[in-house]
Design a protein around this ligand. Structure first.
Ligand code: SAH
Length: 387
């Protein structure tokens, strides 16, 4: 066969060559130290890790070629060996009230939801910590999806970065943001770890992600703008306060162990008295920085005036505020939301005792983006499929 003759038959040509899997390392989600170690820079070039951090977390740039303060050689090396990854948003839904929900898919195919809730004075991003949840709270949709796995620090931090991509909120424009500058009306001012999962059951990854989120040379959200919500993983609460110093929200939902054992089964492990002691000890809480007690209002279950009075008694001595959450229904949910007057009567009793007790306005119910409605189709792979 001479050199000009094609050495493939036409049939062969139709079969495309298998593309090699991308083995490049994703730099997102590493601590500063890990980033420097991964880049393996000679001592004289350590400053490059800091420059890169700035491009990734301050400017939101994903393409090394656009990182113009880096030398051409360094950019080439980065492109060959690394990526700045993002999950794929497989759904992008917008509610009539402006709430927006993304279903994000990670490289292993698992999915979680992230929700943006715009308000007059602020914009809150509700971030997930696990694919599914182990807690099986009876009123929560995510609780009907068994835990598939913990999210990594990268997967937690990229929820914020992807939301910024879609909202066009990076200072100097990322691909999706076009060339726009940072909007004076920031759309994400606050983060709540209130999406799918129990953040204190995935503490290490949540902590690593939040440290990146709080880094002053990067995403730069203050700990005062971050709230972590827990169903009450008592042994992890102190550490969370000491190491992260974020605001704490506690999903209380009942005033007796008898009822809480049923609707928040974690209570059998850490009953109300122990949980409230951990709240009393939460580092950094004060009258200026109160712990939020979430209380989902379930018709005929936990919404009586007597329960409101008991709630007030239980909270005595704790710098607290109460967030009443009207139950958000989901397909075949076993509860109903009480009437507005029943919720208001409950709120009045708590208020009269000196606790602020706003009723949380349901947001994004039409796209199943409200509290407790999040769920993805992710399933735990069968053992046989893993083997
Ligand atoms: N696992 C953590 C993080 C989830 S936060 C926690 O339990 O705190 C989500 C909040 O919404 C929790 O307070 C949860 O109890 C509440 N919630 C769950 N299902 C709900 C529903 N159907 N209606 C209203 N609130 C709900």
């Amino acid at each position: 066969m001479d050199a000009a003759t094609p050495d493939k038959t036409p049939a062969d040509q139709e079969i495309s060559a298998p593309t090699a899997p991308d083995t490049r390392v994703d730099l997102v989600g590493l601590t500063r130290e890990e980033l420097a170690a991964t880049l393996d820079l000679p001592p004289a070039e350590r400053f490059r890790a800091r420059q890169l951090w700035h491009w990734i977390y301050s400017r939101g740039v994903v393409d090394f070629e656009q990182m113009t303060t880096l030398s051409k050689d360094f950019r080439n090396r980065l492109t060959a060996d690394f990526i700045v990854g993002r999950p794929v948003a497989t759904k992008d839904l917008q509610s009539v009230d402006g709430t927006r929900k993304w279903l994000l898919k990670y490289p292993d195919g698992q999915e979680v939801e992230t929700v943006h809730i715009p308000e007059e004075e602020r914009g809150t991003l509700c971030v997930s910590s696990q694919v599914g949840c182990t807690l099986t709270c009876k009123f929560c949709h995510t609780g009907t999806q068994t835990l598939v796995r913990n999210l990594t620090a990268r997967e937690i931090v990229t929820q914020l970065m992807t939301a910024r991509d879609y909202l066009g909120e990076w200072p100097y424009g990322s691909k999706k943001a076009g060339a726009g500058n940072l909007s004076p009306d920031r759309q994400i001012t606050n983060i709540v770890m209130m999406g799918m999962g129990e953040p204190l059951y995935n503490y290490d990854n949540v902590a690593a992600a939040l440290k990146i989120v709080m880094d002053h040379e990067g995403l730069s959200l203050s700990k005062r703008k971050i709230t972590l919500s827990t169903a009450g993983v008592v042994p992890m609460m102190r550490r969370c306060g000491e190491e992260l110093g974020v605001n704490l929200a506690v999903s209380l939902h009942a005033v007796t162990d008898e009822l809480r054992d049923v609707i928040v089964p974690l209570n059998k492990k850490y009953p109300i008295a122990e949980l409230l002691d951990a709240c009393r000890d939460y580092p950094g809480s004060s009258n200026a920085r109160r712990i939020t007690f979430e209380y989902v209002m379930l018709k005929g279950v936990n919404d009586s005036p007597a329960e409101a009075r008991e709630l007030v008694r239980l909270l005595r001595g704790i710098p607290a505020k109460v967030n009443l959450i009207p139950f958000n229904a989901w397909p075949s949910a076993p509860y109903e939301c009480p009437s507005k007057s029943a919720i208001d009567a409950f709120a009045d009793i708590v208020n009269a005792a000196g606790y602020s007790s706003p009723v949380r306005t349901p947001r994004g119910r039409d796209i199943l983006a409200a509290c407790g409605q999040l769920k993805s189709e992710s399933l735990r792979p069968r053992k046989s499929a893993i083997a």
